[in-house]
Write a protein that binds this ligand. Sequence first.
Ligand code: NOJ
Length: 757
Amino acid sequence: MSLDRRQIILGALSGAMTLGVPARLLAQTDVARVDALIGKMTLEEKAGQMTCLADSFRPYNPPNPEAGIQNEKQLAQEIVKGRVGCLFNGIGVAGGLRAQEMAVKESRLGIPLLLAGDVIHGLKTIFPVPLAEAASFDPALAERTARAMALEATAAGLHLTFAPMVDIARDQRWGRVVEGSGEDLYLGRLYAAARVRGFQGRNLRRDDSLLACPKHFAAYGAVAAGMEYGSVDISEETLRETHLPPFDSAFAAGALTTMAAFSEINGVPATADRTLLTDILRGEMTFRGFVFSDYTADEELIAHGYAEDERDAARLAVLAGVDMSMQSGLYVRHLPDLVKSGAVPMGTIDVAVRRILYVKTAIGLFDNPYRSLDPAAETARIGTSGHRALARESAARSIVLLQNKDAVLPLGADDGEKIALIGPFAEDRDNLYGPWAFYGDKGKGVDIATGMRAAMRDPTRLMIEPGCAIDGPLDGGLARAVEAAKAADVVVLAIGESQDMSGEAQSRTTIEIPLVQQALAEAVAATGKPVIVLLRHGRALALHGAVANAQAILATWFLGSEAGHAIADILFGRVDPSAKLPVSFPWESGQEPFFYDRKSTGRPVVDQRTEYKARYATADNSARFPFGHGLTYTDLVLDKLKLSDAALRWDQAIEVRATLTNKGKRRGTQAVQLYLRDRVASRTRPIRELKRIERVTLNPGDSKVVRFSISRADLSFIGAGNKRIVEPGLFDLWIGDSSIGGLHTQFTLYAGEPAAT
Ligand code: NOJ
């Protein structure tokens, strides 16, 4: 390997390449600049650079409990003294400029602040929650929406977003399922990379590039029983097989920061886990950026029972590899003394500061401290009509058609049918955005009724009745809803979760429609009118009774600013549904954690009637709606599955082909999915794993040959000694439209030449 001059300089100056961002992002002058600064910084200023505090300069809506400094005057003093390096969760150019000018002009060394925030699925224009967007099975769409979010966030005075959340989430009780890409590793990897690319754009130094912070490192989604902030007890194999790879993808796409998880893993809180944050993250995964703690997570080491006091907590976190402490203020309070007393080496501090300053350098902050603080951009780039149009497109493409008996959908926009729109979400505007959109303007989203009326030639044929509130009855509501249903030809029933039922700290013991809404569904269904259920939700749900038996069911999640328009687009067939479930819908809550790529067990269920098999006595352990499921309005048929060779040689690839034909009467899009199973291995392997997706759009009567290439790399897994390995042998392959069924064939991987037959 040949090193270029800059790499040599970087290596020489910083001691090792693992100390900062990749050399290609830094000019030689940047390296010299960082070095010169570090030479001048006092210990307190270094600890200040490693401190991130809530941005009380700018109005913000805190998603976190109150902690730390909460007033502008006090924060200003800290900035001037160089005791803070990063502010978070405030937006607005004017306040950002005030804070930045203070840092640049009034602090001794003039080091600019990094301005961070949680822009999870939009700033003012709210896009679908990340889980919904994963349902599009189209990472390129997520890249586009992430770019739009970055344009808005950087116009509002931010340099970094604490996103994407790349935690694989397999327990739907966990409220934060809503923030990620669901249960699947392959999908998770694609979306992690796409979102990082979208946020950051091609050139980090541009005013509209938003640094990404993939989080939460690691395995936060594996908290026991889905309980928020709970403990993770996990094998090394599962950690490496399932939870680390999305971070790999995010880093490979250029992410320069990450955030340590709140949770403990196998008895050690992630915030204090040196093996995780240094040996694995930097040593094995060669991560080059810097690590944030989560909100006061260093201080929480005390409550975990891992640190004696604040000082001990700061020591443990910094030694583990947390470079930037969020909100507790522990670093600036304790690191100077910890270094003086010899408990923390000065070298550890210098490395962390260097990492942080390199990231600031990489985004051009020293050359232009006022980047992303442009009042003109703030008026021009936020909430544009282009972003609204993209929000509508992505929302429509996130809606999953779960069920459509007798082709009740799409509804005719022009015919005379009377429609009763019933349910607490019919006209609701408070639950359109989802739990992580606190910068969005309240009340500016399009509700379902408004969206439907706009799509109908004669809006007077829409009757509206809430029927009940989200979690309680309305006086006379049920009776009025039943009357409306009786008077209508078809019922659209908008039910589900409020937006504060998912998100951080919103784990639930059951994942069902609230009882009062279930009762509404039963009463409406009893009228005998066809019912189309519009689910609102931040997780997979266990559906029952009249909801599960409705003629049609659409998973509509939290779709953001354009929710109502997008729902109407699908209801009336202006847009054809093409989304797929990124999470399995189980029969019952008690099946959780439930995910499609589970193990066979020694007693797999073949026939539901057989006893003593791996199932619950009270419920079939399959999905009501499986991962990857999603119907269209047409009839897309796969056939003619062929392999170029049933023998895969070690260093070669085989081509897999199948033909997709549109046998229906409407245009439609299928996300064709390829799954594999390793039949026999030195570690039991899942019953199937997603390996490829291709979205194909066809007009009626058209066909397309879909081609995939499979090579040894697709067959690897974590084996003995936690090493990634590949074993020769027989593999099942399916091509289909969900994780169940599909066209099936087999091939064999050979280490040497296959025996002649
Ligand atoms: C706590 C959350 O866990 C994290 O995801 C978020 O970025 C921080 N709070 C900052 O708001």
